[in-house]
Ligand binder design. Structure first.
Ligand SMILES: [Zn+2]
Ligand SMILES: [Zn+2]
Length: 164
């Protein structure tokens, strides 16, 4: 959109709102900024936009920079958009379970999502990824179920412990 068109659009929205109409369509009367129909359209567009960004590996917030996978706990954002959040800066060689890490990247699964599925804390998932700690058998099985992999692929140490 050109600068002129953008300004025109802004003015138009303001006029619509002042008259009590939806800022998007200008047809429906609305107490809120946009009417219910247009809100639904906006939501749908947002989901589509995010889906596309995710497929391209781009930050869901700005859509400009690649997702910072080292900080996957921060929900698919680039390092810029994660700023202000306390981030544990990690170098690649600090990943202690590379197989689990790769699975999470491949399935675009955040530490938050995995923790929710397994029913453990997000901190626990971080410990498996970055601190070399091993999950309990039940949790390890849940992780494997999530990704559709065998336990000895991802947590060979857990298996070794059982066999010991
Ligand atoms: Zn509308
Ligand atoms: Zn961003």
């Amino acid at each position: 959109m050109s600068d002129y068109a953008a300004t025109h659009m802004r003015v138009l929205r303001r006029v619509r709102r002042r008259r009590g109409y939806c800022a998007d369509c200008g047809i429906a009367q609305s107490e809120t900024y946009v009417c219910a129909d247009c809100r639904e359209k906006r939501e749908f567009a947002k989901v589509q936009r995010e889906q596309k960004r995710l497929e391209q590996g781009l930050c869901l917030e700005c859509g400009k920079h690649p997702i910072d996978w080292i900080n996957i706990s921060h929900a698919f954002k680039c390092s810029d958009c994660s700023k202000g959040v306390i981030i544990r800066k990690l170098k690649n060689n600090e990943i202690t379970n590379k197989l689990l890490y790769d699975l999470m990247v491949k399935h675009q699964c955040t530490t938050m999502q995995l923790a929710e599925y397994v029913g453990c804390s997000q901190r626990a998932v971080e410990r498996w990824l970055f601190e070399g700690s091993q999950p309990q058998l039940f949790n390890a099985l849940e992780v494997c179920h999530y990704f559709g992999v065998e336990i000895d692929e991802v947590f060979p140490q857990v298996v070794r412990q059982i066999l010991a």
